[in-house]
Design a binder for this molecule. Structure first.
Ligand SMILES: Nc1ncnc2c1ncn2[C@@H]1O[C@H](COP(=O)(O)OP(=O)(O)OP(=O)(O)O)[C@@H](O)[C@H]1O
Length: 302
């Protein structure tokens, strides 16, 4: 076990009415990294986050922050900050006053409130009432609130929901900066492109279970892609295809799709045999294709 990890969750499980919402989920978050919990709606992401945060009691398993359970931290807001959808507070309170109250609760001063407002780009909106914040401002305010304790771990549930493209870009940049500052960031998302673009590590959840855990790049490599080849004489590739137990599928005149051999082998073989090729392109699977394939394999095994 990595004792220096910002967060270690061991074998978390939670069932409702005999059905597992989260089934034996383990996770390690390191300082300076962004991790995504990726899964379809109902995969168990929110339940897993609530277990990590101590908002739900697990049937089995436990979570350590900096090597210790959250309840042993004198100031839990230094261990973890959570954004579980917008900002919750009295709609008539101004954003500044709301954050001041939160700050007082965690022993932070007004300077911290000014700093977090600036960090999320809401300095000019500090005097607005919570009830008058737009959806995007509410998301930013939620992040400001989570950052007040300067936590080592930041957890966000579907943070891009309802955001416009400009705000999504802003959020990506902010999360990367927070990781660069040394925080461990965990976000739950059903948006495959978000996980692929933003996260260093991806944990794929399906029906409450971890079905894949790797870097975004490794996940892509693990899945099988295919190669598009074009040329006037593609049948001459068949001996190579047979040798590798691969598949060559004609997709039109002079064009085929090969799976089971990489483009280097195909190119080298074509050069050795004097087979003319006009095009050779490896199509790597997207994380989406990978996710669907692992989820299908997982369900098929049940
Ligand atoms: N309090 C509860 N009582 C009964 N079942 C629950 C409860 N909370 C979650 N579940 C069930 O557990 C499963 C996982 O739900 P969860 O909300 O964690 O999924 P999710 O991946 O976050 O999906 P979504 O993005 O749709 O919220 C679902 O089948 C859900 O119906």
């Amino acid at each position: 076990m990595n004792k220096n990890a910002a967060l270690v969750a061991h074998n978390l499980s939670k069932s409702y009415n005999g059905k597992a919402a989260v089934d034996d989920v383990s996770l390690t978050l390191s300082a300076g990294s962004v991790t995504a919990f990726l899964g379809a709606n109902g995969a168990g992401k929110t339940t897993a986050l609530r277990l990590l945060l101590g908002l739900l009691t697990p049937d089995t398993g436990h979570t350590l922050y900096g090597g210790r359970p959250l309840h042993t931290w004198r100031a839990p807001a230094r261990a973890v900050g959570a954004v579980m959808g917008g900002v919750a507070g009295h709609p008539k309170h101004t954003l500044r006053d709301h954050l001041r109250m939160v700050a007082a609760g965690v022993g932070a001063d007004d300077e911290v409130v000014g700093a977090v407002l600036e960090r999320v780009g809401l300095t000019a909106a500090a005097g607005r009432r919570l009830g008058k914040l737009s959806l995007g401002m509410g998301q930013r305010a939620g992040i400001a609130q989570a950052l007040i304790g300067d936590p080592a771990v930041l957890v966000l549930d579907e943070p891009v929901n309802g955001l416009d493209p400009h705000s999504i870009h802003w959020l990506r940049t902010l999360l990367r900066q927070l990781a660069d500052d040394g925080k461990a960031v965990l976000l739950a998302t059903h948006l495959l492109a978000e996980a692929e673009q933003l996260a260093d590590h991806v944990t794929v959840l399906a029906q409450g279970r971890v079905v894949a855990q790797a870097t975004a790049a490794e996940l892509g490599d693990r899945a099988t892609g295919h190669v598009i080849v074009q040329g006037p004489d593609l049948d001459r590739l068949l001996p190579l295809v047979r040798r590798h137990d691969a598949v060559l599928e004609s997709t039109g005149p002079g064009t085929a799709r090969v799976s089971g051999i990489d483009r280097f082998r195909i190119g080298d073989y074509a050069a050795e045999q004097g087979i003319p090729l006009h095009w050779l392109e490896e199509r790597r699977p997207s994380l989406e294709e990978f996710y669907l394939s692992v989820a299908q394999q997982e369900f098929a095994a049940r």
